[in-house]
Design a protein around this ligand. Structure first.
Ligand code: AHG
Ligand code: MN
Ligand code: MN
Length: 340
């Protein structure tokens, strides 16, 4: 047997399961299935420039946004792969109005539901910038043996079993978190497996990068404007001005924030009083991941993970990343009344 250095996603999740005698391994199987769907999506993303897959699909999704062909492809791939998955009763997607309940005998006895943003940052497809898939896994609260229900999907982020993302960037990576740890796996194309490359990721407590669509400044409140001034202030001894980086794909901006430290913000503003990003598909999974890595995710009126979801496509403001940077931003933003 050659001396193997690579540990695949599957091997890793099985080893993790062994630490907990009561664990049954369904979560490992589900992560493998999500990984499989993302490998299929990745294959299509890689040839996006070659085949006639670029461009608009011509339809709009539930939020009135244009869907790209790859959005549709990614959505269908995830729904179809998870239909055959080990332990998934149903899914909810940013691209569907309602949740999809698989409703067959096997699925009705499955313990988990999965939510996803099948293709995040889709406006970046045409310019070959990083895009991604974001996913969350909840344990069902509805009765086993029956079809899953909406309440399975409207659980607060605090109840997540696992969450993560796959980034289709200069390499393809899956990063996922359980309450215990956050680990990153890089796709090794020659064997088609995600392999452990970033064990036990910790989000640095401090950072030097702020990430926000600064073009919206005129729509921000005074607290937010003051924080941006603070980030740009010339205080060499304190490491300011900070650098500004904004890709416009949450997955890519958050991946950098997680690894290098920093803060990512999508605040409420005059035209989006509830913020833009979706609680159940984008904010909760990223908040769960960042908090498991030692960072903070806040809406400006409390932890993202404590928001009680009212509807599937709900939006919330978000300030997320390195602990000390987020705390500083919240000092400026002030504690706001709930606006969700
Ligand atoms: P999606 O492509 O899933 O609709 O998400 C786009 C999101 C998110 O990825 C990104 O952080 C944000 O929209 C960018 O919004 P602005 O263009 O308003 O900055
Ligand atoms: Mn998105
Ligand atoms: Mn999307």
């Amino acid at each position: 047997m050659p001396n193997r250095k690579l540990m695949t996603l599957d091997e890793f999740t099985i080893q993790e399961t062994r630490k907990f005698p009561q664990a049954t391994g369904e979560l490992s199987a589900l992560l493998r299935d999500i990984g499989l769907a993302c490998k299929i999506i990745n294959k299509q993303v890689l040839k996006a420039g070659l085949v006639d897959i670029l461009g608009k699909h011509g339809a709009t999704n539930v939020q009135g946004e244009e869907q790209m062909k790859l959005d549709v492809y990614s959505n269908e791939t995830l729904i179809n792969v998870l239909r055959n998955a080990a332990d998934c009763a149903g899914v909810a997607s940013e691209e569907n109005d309602d949740h999809v309940c698989y409703d067959d005998e096997f699925s009705n006895n499955s313990k988990y539901v999965v939510l996803f943003d099948p293709l995040d940052g889709s406006s970046n497809i045409d310019v070959n910038a990083p895009i991604g898939t974001i996913f969350s896994i909840y344990r069902r609260v509805s009765e086993l043996g029956k079809p899953c229900t909406m309440e399975d999907f409207l659980q607060p982020g605090r109840q997540l079993m696992a969450a993560g993302y796959v980034i289709y960037g200069s390499s393809t990576m899956m990063v996922y978190a359980t309450k215990l740890s956050v680990n990153g796996f890089t796709l090794e194309p020659s064997i088609g497996e995600f392999c452990l490359s970033h064990p036990n990721i910790k989000c640095p407590e401090n950072g030097k990068i702020y990430s926000i669509n600064q073009g919206n400044t005129c729509k921000y409140d005074d607290g937010m404007k003051a924080f941006l001034d603070y980030c740009m202030e010339n205080k060499k001894e304190e490491g300011r001005p900070y650098s500004h980086r904004y890709i416009g794909s949450m997955v890519a901006d958050m991946h950098r924030t997680l690894i290098k430290g920093g803060i990512f913000m999508y605040p409420a503003d005059k035209s989006s009083p509830k913020g833009k990003l979706r609680l159940q598909y984008e904010c909760n999974p990223m908040a769960f991941l960042v908090e498991a890595a030692g960072g903070i995710a806040d809406t400006g009126y409390g932890s993202v993970l404590d928001v009680e979801p009212q509807e599937l496509h709900q939006r919330v403001p978000i300030y997320i990343g390195s602990k000390n940077m987020v705390k500083k931003a919240l000092e400026f933003a002030g504690t706001k009344e709930s606006i969700a």
